[in-house]
Every structure is written in structure tokens, then in C-alpha cells.
Design a binder for this molecule. Structure first.
Ligand code: SF4
Length: 344
């Protein structure tokens, strides 16, 4: 049977009910919206549904952007009921929402439990208390662990959102965050390298020299290490980097930090490069003059070769190879690679 296409209908609720000011956050910029009118939900959903074939698509209404479970309770119920009306008519299969760990408690979950919630996305960001404090997140690791355990108790799938390159964060902190998400058996993750937006505390910290944004290269390398942990654990990474909306290309909103329209592909390419090196296993003295044959999943050739063939050229050089041939093979699962060294 053909697998259905997944369609999220994102409804952005910028900063609604959020008293926090995380240093990196200008939610209105990120969501590209200045305000939110609940009456617009039906229009947005209807517009997307008119373009979707329900026979071949799995559709979710996704309340993203702010801390959904922190907004006014009546409004939250109103928004859930609107989404639920589409679920009841069979037009939509579930409701997805994003929130913070400290906005998950039994009262909230008792409300959510009477709606078809398909995923709760938790903005965990980091497990390091130091990073959480320096980023002014306003919650602790304990909040995160408690929220994950409550979601599990209520049988609600949890998607973990984490960030790379927050103030004072190290690769070790980021790997520790990934390990917590893996040991918590989250259903999927999103990884966001930190971008500096205008009119945020992080912009001021950058100006004062208290924060140095990651270069694109460092962000790609660090994210690829985290990504590889999730791949090995079999946890889907459903997003790498912010969506390429106007806020990221507009100099009035984007200030600094790793920002690339194909960031996800760069990360997956870096991951593949390390995988190929791991699988070759041999020193250059034993590979010199040989041909490397790579088998990759369909559509992955350009990612594996890298931008301007950077990974291909590096492999040719460090292993003294005569040639690299890349074959796409539908039997190769995503994020794996077949490596063969031949002499001819
Ligand atoms: S909790 Fe979310 S919406 Fe609120 S300031 Fe932090 S990142 Fe922004």
C-alpha cells in the first residue's frame, strides 16, 4: 500500500501567553506574523485542505509558534475545538502543538486528553542548567524530565526540539541533550542551530561580545554529530534548522548566525562524510589508487558528494583514490551507505 503523504497545517500563535523572553526569541519575526486572530484558523485550514487529496494525505493541524499550553485556557479550548471539528469530519487526522516543558502539567493534559492530539512538541533546547540559565529559558532540566514523563503517562507522543550553539553551549551539552531525548524514547526530534534575530537579547549579547554565533561550518559539524546519534537510535529527525521564511532572508530581521536555505542537506552531507570514513576503515596507504564505490538511497547523490563536490574531493585527496563512483540503490535505507573499495 502506498504510504500517505504527511501534511502539517501550521497555525502560528506568536508569543501568545508567553511571559518569557528567551534570549534568542523574537517569535513574531520567526513566525513572520505580527498578530494572531483565532477566527483566521478556519480560513487557513480550509485553504490548505482545498489543495490536499485526503485519499493520499495524512493531515495534522499544528499550533506552532508560541507556547500553546500557556495561552489563555478558554482560547486554548476554542482552538482545540476548531481543530477537532476537522478531525471529527475526517478531514484532518490529528492536532499537533508546541509548548515548553514547564507548561505541561496534569491540568493541561486533562484538557488535551479529550482531543485527538497526535504530538506535543516540547521546546527542550538543552539539558544543561548553565545553558538554560544563560539563554534565560526560565525552566530547568527537572521541568523537562517531568514533562516528558507526564506525556508518557498520558500516552501522548512527544517530539523534542533542541538547539545547537546556545550561549555557553558546547558540543558535549548538545550530545547530552540528544542522549536524554533518545533515552526518553521521543517519537521524533527537531534540531535548530541558533540564529541571532534583531530586537532580541541575543543580538545585544552579540554586539557586546558576550555571545559569538556559530559559523555555518561549525553549526553543520555540531548538528551532524547530534544527528548521527538520532539516526543510530532510530529516532526520526523531522526538521533541521528554521524554515526559510522571510525573517531569515530579510536583513531587518536576520542578524547573524548559521543561516542557509539547505542547512538540513549540509548537515546530512557532513553526517554521510563521517559515515563513509568510518566504513572505509583502512589507512590511506591501503586505499591509494583504488576506486571507491558508494551505494546511496535514491536522491542522495548530491548530498553525499557535497556542495561543489567538497566531500568527494576531500575523500579523493585523503585516501589517494583514483576515482569515486556513486550509485543510487533503492535497497539502501535513508542515512545509510554501502562502501566498496575496488582495484581497477
Ligand atoms: S518560551 Fe517560546 S515563545 Fe516564549 S520567549 Fe521562549 S522561545 Fe519565545
Amino acid at each position: 500500500m502506498m504510504q500517505k503523504r504527511h501534511v502539517n497545517i501550521p497555525i502560528f500563535i506568536p508569543h501568545f501567553g508567553c511571559p518569557n523572553t528567551c534570549v534568542f526569541c523574537n517569535q513574531r519575526m520567526i513566525s513572520g506574523r505580527e498578530s494572531f486572530d483565532p477566527r483566521s484558523v478556519n480560513d487557513t485550514v480550509d485553504a490548505v485542505l482545498s489543495t490536499v487529496d485526503p485519499a493520499v494525505s495524512d493531515v495534522e493541524i499544528a499550533y506552532f509558534g508560541g507556547s500553546f499550553t500557556g495561552i489563555d485556557r478558554d482560547l486554548m479550548r476554542q482552538l482545540l475545538r476548531i481543530a477537532d471539528s476537522y478531525c471529527k469530519r475526517g478531514l484532518v487526522q490529528g492536532i499537533r502543538l508546541s509548548t515548553r516543558p514547564d507548561y505541561i502539567d496534569r491540568d493541561v493534559l486533562d484538557i488535551l486528553a479529550s482531543f485527538p492530539i497526535s504530538a506535543v512538541e516540547l521546546g527542550i533546547q538543552s539539558v544543561s542548567e548553565r545553558v538554560l540559565i544563560e539563554s534565560e529559558r526560565g525552566h530547568t532540566l527537572n521541568d523537562t524530565e517531568r514533562a516528558i514523563s507526564l506525556l508518557r503517562e498520558y500516552g501522548m507522543p512527544c517530539v523534542g526540539q533542541m538547539m545547537i550553539g546556545l550561549p555557553s553551549s558546547t558540543l558535549e551539552d548538545e550530545l547530552a541533550t540528544a542522549r536524554l531525548l533518545i533515552s526518553s524514547s521521543v517519537s521524533a526530534v527537531r534540531i535548530y542551530p541558533t540564529v541571532v534575530f534583531r530586537n532580541t537579547a541575543l543580538e545585544k549579547m552579540t554586539e557586546r561580545g558576550e555571545y559569538t554565533p556559530l559559523t555555518l561550518r561549525d553549526a553543520v559539524l555540531r548538528t551532524s554529530e547530534v544527528f548521527s546519534l538520532f539516526v543510530r537510535a532510530g529516532i526520526p529527525v523531522i526538521r533541521i534548522g528554521l524554515c526559510a521564511n522571510d525573517a531569515l532572508v530579510d536583513p531587518d530581521s536576520y542578524c547573524a548566525g548559521p543561516n542557509h536555505p539547505a542547512l538540513g542537506e549540509l548537515v546530512i552531507g557532513a553526517y554521510y562524510y563521517q559515515e563513509i570514513i568510518r566504513k572505509i576503515e583502512l589507512p590511506a596507504t591501503e586505499t591509494r589508487g583504488r576506486t571507491l564505490i558508494l551505494s546511496v538511497p535514491p536522491g542522495y547523490t548530491s548530498i553525499v558528494i557535497g556542495q561543489r563536490a567538497c566531500y568527494k574531493n576531500q575523500l579523493l585527496q585523503i585516501y589517494g583514490l583514483r576515482k569515486i563512483a556513486v550509485h543510487e540503490d533503492e535497497r539502501i535505507p535513508p542515512y545509510t551507505v554501502g562502501v566498496q573499495l575496488v582495484t581497477f
